[in-house]
Design a binder for this molecule. Structure first.
Ligand code: DGJ
Length: 532
């Protein structure tokens, strides 16, 4: 069987695993947990309970190459073995030179040789700093050829090892290259190598690429970009990118570094490769990692990192739907490696699969799902906002139910990716109507008949008037769009489950239930409608 791959179907990228479309109903574990297969035992069990089909697991440079040139893949092997026992897939996260824009996962021999492995200098001559938050901070420089060479070498050996032991079984289906790259505390690196690069003109081809890919440009980027293609081949970063010069410069060189690592890995085993992003939440480059794949830097990353298949957002902010829109520009598939485990986690999973045909949805630190938030989670998940749903942990049972429904209809969903037969909406999505030819379905999430107002719905059209729906916290109404037959009635609304591809009906809903059509809990429905 071929290894996992991305295939374009009906103009959309679909993840193919074992020859079939696959959707990662995933979870990302806390940073340190996958360093111990023993510790992971209980986490695999929890993933079973939650009906997850994939785990996102860190693999670190420090554990892979503890001494220069001496590699160890024992933990990787053990994790793959556990995944197989639990019938799950893995996406590994390569914590190499960067993790949260810092270099904490570099091996000791890299950390302690600052002559050979250059540190970034946010301020000229300073290899470390204290961030405004009070956090001590240092990171490796994206401009150090030696770091790039060694990081890429270790990554390539990891991929070659995975190929050797897993190509036939395809347990590992994707790899994230580095984690939340960029530089904190400053707009750009000022080490000597970086200064020399900053003196050079903007690389040839970049501006032409920007001209021919308007779909990737944000309004802010357009505003900063001073188009000068052809006029001045010596144009500097400041000439061309004005107020965004430092961030654009860092994005180009950080993406080029990551691309070299990804390329080395792909030569050994061409699995789908991703990068994740610490989002730009304002405050200027440096308040968020300067040079990471933010919405504004999207086109520069696409240009400089062709070996990266998908740019991915880590979404902890409340404006979730807007971030999804930003990260699906120009056909970038939606792949969410990290998101919050507050009570939007379940509805958002339904939404991203229905509306965006997402390839991966992974709440971060799902080990704590359902438990009261600690202070860090509170801050990350927006406890300071007025929306009570952001302060409420995701109910674990509800999440398991959603995943079990999604898992049971995964082949049907996967086949509908790239078509308008699969649509979705949510309380956070501005478009609440799903259009299916003769019928529209309107979803409402603010009905007084509903217990919660954070809901979602996905619908799969099976024939002109037959639909499969997964609803949660949602009121649904069918509307005929045929002017000759303007009225609509339900012929069948049936709860049920799919088991091994066979529909097992539950209650047949009618009367009060179909007059109101409100669903507080995750519910899978077969619906047949009639226009007259
Ligand atoms: C984003 C990082 O990518 C994760 O590894 C983790 O550190 C979370 N932030 C914080 O909980």
């Amino acid at each position: 069987m071929a290894h996992a791959d991305l295939k374009t179907v009906n103009g959309e990228k679909v993840l193919m695993v074992d020859g079939r479309p696959f959707i990662m109903l995933a979870g990302e574990v806390h940073n340190s947990n996958s360093s111990s297969p023993e510790y992971m035992e209980a986490i695999w069990d929890l993933a079973d309970t939650l009906h997850m089909n994939t785990l996102l697991l860190p693999v670190t440079w420090e554990m892979t190459e503890p001494e220069e040139g001496k590699y160890c893949f024992d933990t990787v092997d053990a994790l793959i073995g556990q995944a197989r026992q639990h019938h799950k897939k893995i996406a590994f996260l390569w914590f190499g030179a960067w993790k949260n824009a810092a270099c904490m996962y570099a091996p000791e021999w890299v950390k302690t040789d600052t002559e050979r492995f250059l540190r970034a200098e946010g301020t000229k001559g300073k290899k470390g700093t204290v961030l405004p938050s009070g956090m001590p901070y240092t990171t490796l420089s994206a401009f150090c050829e030696e770091t790039k060479r060694k990081d890429a070498q270790a990554f390539a050996l990891l991929l070659s090892h995975i190929r050797e032991m897993d190509e036939k079984e395809s347990t590992v289906i994707a790899v994230q290259v580095e984690n939340e790259t960029g530089l904190l505390g400053s707009g750009r690196d000022h080490c000597d190598a970086a200064d020399r690069a900053f003196e050079k003109p903007v690389p040839e081809g970049l501006q032409a690429y920007l001209q021919s890919h308007p779909e990737y440009l944000t309004d802010a980027f357009r505003k900063a970009w001073n188009k000068k293609e052809g006029e001045n081949r010596e144009a500097s970063w400041s000439d061309v990118f004005g107020s965004m010069a430092e961030e654009a410069f860092m994005a180009y060189y950080t993406a080029s570094y990551v691309n070299a690592v990804a390329e080395a890995g792909k030569k050994e085993y061409p699995l789908p490769m991703t990068v994740n992003c610490w989002l730009d939440q304002g405050g200027g480059a440096g308040a968020f990692p300067s040079g990471g794949p933010t919405a504004n830097m999207f086109p520069i990353w696409k240009f400089a990192a062709p070996s990266i298949d998908i740019l991915c957002p880590d979404i902890y902010v409340p404006y979730f739907a807007e971030v999804c829109r930003q990260y699906t520009r120009g056909g970038n598939p939606l792949y969410i490696p990290e998101c919050a485990v507050h009570s939007y986690a379940g509805p958002r999973e339904i939404f991203v699969i229905g509306h965006h045909h997402a390839l991966c949805y992974a709440p971060f630190g799902f080990e704590e799902i359902g438990r009261p938030f600690n202070a860090v989670q509170g801050m990350l998940f927006g406890m300071d906002t007025s929306d009570p749903a952001l302060k409420t942990p995701q109910d674990a049972e509800q999440y398991a139910k959603i995943n079990s429904y999604l898992e049971s209809i995964l082949p049907q969903l996967g086949e509908a990716y790239g078509t308008s037969r699969l649509q979705g909406t949510s309380s956070e999505c501005s478009e609440k109507t799903m259009h299916f030819g003769t019928f529209d379905f309107e979803a409402a999430f603010d009905s007084p008949f509903l217990k919660h107002h954070n809901g979602a719905c996905l619908m799969l059209q099976k024939s002109e008037n037959e639909f499969l729906a997964l609803v949660l916290g949602c009121r649904l109404s069918a509307v005929s769009t045929d002017p000759e037959r303007p009225s609509t009635e339900y012929l069948l609304v049936e709860e049920g489950t799919y088991q091994n591809g066979i529909w097992h009906p539950g209650r047949r809903l009618n009367g009060d239930e179909t007059s109101i059509m409100c669903f507080d809990d995750p519910t899978l429905l077969q619906i047949r409608v009639h226009a007259f």
